[in-house]
Design a binder for this molecule. Sequence first.
Ligand code: NDP
Length: 329
Amino acid sequence: SCANRAIVYGSNGNPASTLFALTFPTLPPPLPNTANIRFLLSPINPADINVIEGVYPSKPVPCDLPGHPRAAQAPLYVGGNEGLAEVIETGEGVTELKTGDWVVMTKAQLGTWTSARNAHVQDLLKVPSDLGEAAAATITVNPPTAYNMLHDYVKLDKGDWIVQNGANSAVGQAVIQIAAARGWQTLNCIRNRDDAQSMKAQLRDLGATQVATYDELSDKGFKERVKSWTGGKSIKLGLNCVGGRVTTSMTRLLGQDAHLVSYGAMSKEPLSLPTSLFIFKNLTCHGFWQSRWYQEKSLQERKQLTEALFGLMREGKLRSPEHEVLVIE
Ligand code: NDP
């Protein structure tokens, strides 16, 4: 059959200059307890860029591209952490997977921007194939982050409020939908843009209760507008995707005893918070990292989380994020 292609790099740096495409031969038959897999879709997440730059705490696993001379000279890394693949051949002793099964990676940073690879079966998790490729390919990073941040910090009742920034991000879109499915209300903040109205409509269509731009957030009268939306009910949870001054303004909207959970730093700006929020409002701040969650939890808990997310998808309550499929020739 035809040769394989991978998007690889040998040293850290700007992805635009360090990444290159490489052709390697058909994989040899899989060793015992491993499987040869063919990738169907591999996402590009913001963290993948940081891994290539060398500024992300998780380091890539050097790849073994069988039969490629370049790989024998110095370690090469295949980009990508997340991906959906199909099992093409299993090695001796593999009972939990068979040819044709859909799988995602449970081990971080294996390298997924490749047409095929070999993997240990313990690093693969079987996923259902009835929800579409995009849903399955993006199941390990963004929806779990949204789900865990909504469930692990504050006990929310029906009608309770959450505020988030970066609301149009993939994580933000999942937050909106999971919250809506639970009957929780969301105040969603986005960057100003030419088509802010259509972006707002799009997010409301996903289940957002209210959407505002960061410009509106910094308006003097914004707190009063929020009060009119919430009926004075206090906001219990804030989710921070961007850091910087927009997060300072957002945190001021939180009520007594609220929790702020930071998971992204898209603005690359540090986060500064008024001390009074800690003293008088008893604010608690956390950092969430899905990789840490996976390290701390059992495989059973991981499977339950994935099942809960696929369940929401089957009920039509959680759609795949807006995406564009690129085919690399
Ligand atoms: P997406 O690529 O889907 O969205 C990126 C978001 O960031 C958009 O809302 C974009 O807004 C916004 N953004 C980009 N640049 C800036 C900027 N300079 N200032 C303000 N906002 C900006 O991202 P994901 O949903 O995949 O990830 C979002 C963040 O969450 C990333 O930082 C990612 O690393 C992090 N993350 C963290 C996890 C964890 O476990 N802690 C897990 C998953 C994701 P716009 O449309 O206006 O450009």
